[in-house]
Design a protein around this ligand. Structure first.
Ligand SMILES: Nc1ncnc2c1ncn2[C@@H]1O[C@H](COP(=O)(O)OP(=O)(O)OP(=O)(O)O)[C@@H](O)[C@H]1O
Ligand SMILES: [Mg+2]
Length: 426
């Protein structure tokens, strides 16, 4: 990065570096608090783009007319500070067209703000489930571009950045869309840098319920394949327009893998496509994307492809990755051999975890964080409907201390004390 984050805001200290991603490449710099206050009309409610787990995001315009998004961390505690430091450190390292890089930051004695380029088409969440959900701005071509672009961003993080970076919070609200609907993966605040030669690390669990890989939710075992899992969930969401966790009539909740499993197993692929597309899609691309999704959400991390392989599958780049020749995704009729080649793992979170957001209307954007000795579930009520306007409403509920966090593992891959089985519902 080339500068210390402990000294700026208010001081006109000159510090800058390269900014990664974004429509144009340029440098990041330090901002003063005053400058950001002016740019956002005093952090006015009207300028608020949304609210996440760690603060509010405001639209703003700098003196030179550049549109920015300013993330203002709401709490100045050690966790928020660590979050800020990680985000700034990592943002300073990444340079890729599909990663939202740093435009600048401000770190005063009691304020932490991160400045990004403003993304005019907001997040993928806003188009799938939020304020643009009825506008159908995401046709099939745009969706495929998002599939490929966000995979390319992750390939960069996993395979090209040094050291490698695990994002740990891949989800629809963290895929932003520029004016051409080019996707930019955002929010590296949860990211983990992986030193060379390390295959996985054990860590506190952070992330969003619905996107969490089972081994990560249960054991805190984090590796690149946790991102692959979340990306697989994102693919299912993007193809179907469904939320990662849905509330069915009667209040029962169902994960998107539970919904997808029978459809993939019986080859009813076109039934999985978002009805808002009115049947306009490319069936070859659909097969490839569903093939990538099904493999990415395998419950065993070793059976998931790498992001490089995922990209090959969605692009149809390697013959071995072509589902038309190679797997159950061959046509719409059920295949007797296919289901053994390609089976989607249906993951169901433990009832106790699912029940934690019962008081909230939201059913797909639940942040989950494991602290030492306690389990914390953060639920966003807004799920993006309020990206511009009243902001999200994250609710934190800390439950009693317990050992490892648990998910139901329908295939019994993990076993152990943390894996209590509960009968499937619905
Ligand atoms: N650069 C940006 N341009 C446009 N909108 C943005 C930008 N950055 C964030 N947003 C929007 O602001 C909202 C809040 O973002 P934020 O990252 O704080 O929360 P989140 O993604 O919903 O949850 P999390 O805290 O887990 O990341 C999101 O809906 C996001 O799409
Ligand atoms: Mg975000």
């Amino acid at each position: 990065m080339g500068s210390s984050i402990s000294s700026c805001c208010g001081e006109e200290k000159v510090a800058q570096g390269f900014v990664g991603g974004g429509p144009e490449s340029s440098t990041w710099r330090l901002f003063t608090y005053k400058e950001l206050q002016a740019a956002t009309n005093g952090f006015s409610e009207d300028y608020m783009l949304g609210e996440g787990g760690f603060g509010s995001v405001y639209w703003g315009k700098t003196n030179d007319g550049h549109q920015i998004a300013v993330k203002k961390l709401k709490a100045m505690n050690s966790k928020a500070e660590m979050e800020f430091a990680v985000e700034v450190e990592i943002l300073g390292r990444v340079r890729h067209k599909n990663l939202l890089g740093l435009r600048g930051y401000c770190a005063g004695s009691d304020q932490r703000l991160i400045v990004y380029d403003y993304m005019p088409n907001l997040s993928l969440l806003s188009h799938l489930h939020g304020q643009f959900a009825n506008d159908m701005r995401l046709d099939w071509k745009k969706r495929m571009n998002i599939v490929v672009g966000s995979a390319q961003g992750l390939v960069y993080l996993h395979h090209e950045a040094t050291p490698h970076i695990i994002h740990r919070d891949i989800k629809a609200s963290n895929v932003l869309l520029d004016s051409d609907f080019e996707p930019l993966v955002a929010d590296f605040g949860f990211a983990k840098l992986i030193p060379d030669g390390v295959s996985h690390m054990t860590t506190r669990v952070k992330g969003t319920l619905g996107y969490l890989a089972p081994e990560y939710a249960m054991w805190g075992k984090v590796s690149e394949s946790c991102d692959v899992y979340s990306y697989g969930i994102l693919l299912l969401e993007l193809i179907s327009g469904r939320k990662p966790i849905e509330r069915l009539p009667g209040g029962i909740k169902r994960t998107i893998t539970e919904w997808a499993e029978p459809l993939i197993t019986t080859g009813r692929l076109s039934d999985m496509v978002d009805p808002r597309l009115n049947g306009v899609f490319d069936s070859h691309e659909l097969r490839r994307v569903l093939h990538a999704a099904a493999r990415s959400v395998q419950s065993e991390p070793d059976r998931r492809p790498t992001m490089n392989q995922v990209l090959d599958i969605v692009l149809g780049a390697s013959p071995g990755a072509d589902p038309v020749r190679n797997s159950a995704l061959r046509g719409s009729a059920p295949s007797s051999t296919g289901s053994s080649v390609l089976r989607i793992s249906s993951i169901k979170y433990e009832e106790e975890l699912m029940a934690m957001d019962d008081d909230n209307s939201n059913d797909g954007d639940n942040e989950y964080e494991e602290e030492e000795g306690e389990r914390e579930l953060t639920t966003s009520r807004s799920t993006g409907e309020t990206e511009r306007g009243d902001g999200g409403n994250h609710v934190r509920s800390v439950v009693r201390p317990m050992g490892v966090p648990r998910m139901q593992d329908n295939y019994g891959h993990y076993g152990g004390a943390g894996n209590r089985r509960t009968p499937p519902r619905g």
